[in-house]
Write a protein that binds this ligand. Structure first.
Ligand code: SAH
Length: 280
């Protein structure tokens, strides 16, 4: 098996008394080209260790395992884990871990350099990306299939920034590799998808030049009411006085009347480095 048609996926699930779970974001990849695009974007090497989140029935897992040293696949659904025991039984280089990817401590699996490659359940997108960017041992590379709109929000530039865009871009270079239509999945989801490649930027690590906690305190404060003016948000959330905040912004070439979404990553970094909050 590499790619099963919907009728056979349905049968496979039924033979384990299961149907696709909406709650767990179960939309299985059924398109050869889309699968090939993920694999290609992953730039796999025979020595690679891959962490896959949400393997489902193991379609991508198999494609990965054929090309790398080891795949560790983390699956939350016990029923799926049963199915994987069957569909992946001929592979010696796949380790199936039953668990919630958001709660699981990844450290046992990240001792050696690794990549995260996954068609993920969309409901966990933001926390999952954050988890792997903030962990002390970041992946060399992440290639994720996610909702098109979320992918576009992640790679956005001013004036369309969001906390998600600033957070990802703080740690990493992110780019959309390809768009994938919803017809490439079964059951067909409501929205189209995109494949995104995220590469950690080492200079942004918490040990780097910038105070990460302060950076995110300022970003969160700035975006607290995204439709309102930045100056007001910062005064309120950082409990600063208006004059001091205004001077701080102007000194960094930012107008207090701007919206947070118009600031670049560099603007937020400057604000952090030149912060009057006394902890930089
Ligand atoms: N990657 C597969 C399946 C995608 S569907 C494919 O491309 O066909 C998403 C999968 O993620 C499902 O198997 C679902 O059970 C699993 N999943 C959902 N929430 C999860 C979580 N918190 N941790 C790990 N796996 C999860």
């Amino acid at each position: 098996m590499n790619l099963l048609p919907p009728s056979q996926i349905k049968e496979l699930l039924a033979s384990h008394g299961a149907v696709p779970s909406k709650r767990l974001g179960q939309n299985f990849l059924i398109d050869k080209n889309a699968l090939a695009k993920v694999v290609e974007a992953a730039n796999l090497q025979p020595t690679d260790v891959i962490l896959e989140i949400g393997p489902g029935i193991g379609t991508l897992t198999q494609a990965l395992a054929q090309k790398v040293r080891k795949v560790i696949a983390i699956e939350k659904d016990a029923g799926m884990v049963d199915i994987l025991g069957k569909t992946l039984k001929d592979f010696k280089n796949i380790e199936i871990v039953q668990g919630d990817a958001l709660k699981l401590d990844p450290s046992p699996y990240t001792l050696a350099p690794y990549k995260v490659i996954a068609n993920i359940p969309y409901y966990i997108t933001s926390p999952l990306i954050r988890k792997f960017l903030e962990t002390p041992r970041q992946p060399e590379h992440m290639v994720l299939m996610l909702q098109k709109e979320v992918a576009q929000r992640i790679v956005a530039r001013p004036p369309d920034m969001s906390i998600l865009a600033v957070s990802v871009q703080f740690y990493a270079e992110a780019k959309i590799v390809s768009y994938v239509s919803k017809g490439c999945f079964w059951p067909v989801p409501n929205v189209d998808s995109a494949i995104i490649a995220i590469r950690s930027r080492n200079d942004a690590k918490p040990s780097g030049k910038i105070n990460t906690d302060l950076f995110f305190r300022i970003v969160r404060a700035g975006f607290s009411q995204p439709r309102k003016q930045l100056g007001g948000n910062l005064v309120k959330e950082l409990k600063g006085n208006k004059k001091g905040i205004t001077e701080w912004l102007l000194a960094n070439n930012i107008q207090p009347t701007q919206r947070a979404e118009t600031l670049s990553l560099k603007d937020w970094q400057n604000l952090t480095k030149n912060s009057p909050l006394g902890e930089n």
